[in-house]
Ligand binder design. Sequence first.
Ligand code: C2E
Ligand code: CA
Length: 554
Amino acid sequence: MSDVFNNELFEAFAKASDNVYIYVCDMKTNVSRWSWAAVEYFGLESEYLVDAGNVWAQYVHPDDLDTYMDDITGVFSGRKKFHHCQYRARNAEGTYIWIECKGSLIRDAEGNPVIFAGLMTRIDGQSKYDSLTGLLTAHDMHHFDFASLSGTALLLGIDGFRKIINGYGYNAGDEILIKFSRVISDLCHSGWKAMRFSGDEFLVLAFESTPQEVTDFYEELCRKIDTLKLDDERKVGISISAGGATFPQDADTREALINKLEHSLEYAKNNRRASIVFFSKKIAEKHERGLVLREDLKQCVKNSFKGFELFFQPFINPDSGSIAGCECLLRWKGEQIKDSYPMEFIKILEDYGDIQDVGFWVMEQAIMQQAAWCDRYGELHISFNVSYQQFIDDDFEKKAVSYVEKYGANPEYIIIELTESCQVESPKELAAMFVRLRKQGFKIALDDFGTAYASMEMLKWLPVDYIKVEHSFIRELAQPGHDIDYAIVDSLLEMCRRLGYNSIIEGVENSEVADIVGELNATLLQGYHYSHPVCRKDFEKLLDEDRKLSSGQC
Ligand code: C2E
Ligand code: CA
């Protein structure tokens, strides 16, 4: 038995209290010892547990599992100094009770984990305060009977908080939460209640107040938070989304109110961000659609990608006017939902972890198509879209190479487009992956270039072959008052020339814009003016036409 457990100190602490439970884990053997009070209260199998992290996760309330896992992994990755969070755990009677869990990891001189020790305190039934911000926690909502009260509730969320932590660090994240909570408290009217709901979400119960009064509060909050500075004087650009609901009209129980607030906040974040949205029938329908979509998509993925299809939008060679290739764009018709557009279903695939599988399917179809068309039409540049989340999959490179071999495609004509360029968290790894893919012959494109704040910065460390100029700069080029768009596009293309990148101008919607961009010497052009994305058969018709024209048969 490990020395870690065989000491009187553990016994002494273990006996010290009946609503504090202690545990200590020998990280080398992954065996932990728990106080008898914990074994009895939670109905653990034994005083000694193997792989207690995973065993314990089964006792954590499913709604609190993310909070718990995030905190624990934060400690082991070094992101957090201590384990400290509150969540619900199931006791021996099967009832979930609130506990506060604190723990500390001791490492050896090489930084390897040696001991993880901690204690849990039961805080059920108490009105509890959030230890970081000092605000009440959402637990306090239990005290209100919303059927007999009246007012408006507001759920506030910091947009992209995870990215803020990644950019500024965990301590800055805590500082922001503390400062944000102070602003909320200062602005709350007398009689209102402010609570920390979870991570970066805060709840305000505005009793006897209308949605308009709450909207005024939200707008004032945004003004104040816009100028938030960290103690070290760094300014952090923060935006806040908010979901609102009235009680008792929209909801007369705690559960229903939370439910409607969460749906409204989700809607605000997904659709407009940095806005306030009140619960409505439309939001309820949208949420309902989201649930059906999720299920429908899952079934289709399981069912060998049934309902998924690639559409193709031509790339035009500006000198010859002929089709030089195409971008592959995903389409999907579910069993129940037939009218979902890519931005909607791709987001769900990303949020629920299916984008990897679907992405590999897209990759295989695109590569297969490149090889198949090569025999009939000569080499075509074929691109497909890949989000950062897909790129970091360990299998990405292996699969790309294996599909090229399987179908006998030429990787020199396969362009991999990196979408959502601003969310790159491990630039070094991504750059190394691009180097390896380019060595294999693949071409890399940065999609939507010019929109993301980080676009220019990315060029410094990412080796790429193509820049795709965002269509918002292009679409209205021919309309009066768009000189700035022209200047931006012109300079971007000049930059591509000087740095040796190929360029693709997308969003060419009409002949006036086509005339303007025709002068700019881009490598390839794309847009509704030439063709909308079309199914395989229609794209082959376009190719047949195009080849007839260029060989002078028409
Ligand atoms: P994107 O990569 O920027 O794709 C171009 C989008 O612009 C396509 O929309 C296309 O239909 C549209 N478009 C093309 N020409 C014009 C034009 O002249 N004017 C205007 N206003 N729009 C034009 P779509 O097909 O709805 O795709 C939307 C987004 O979905 C894509 O944006 C891409 O980010 C994503 N997407 C599509 N297929 C895939 C995929 O297989 N994997 C991943 N990860 N994302 C995909
Ligand atoms: Ca694209």
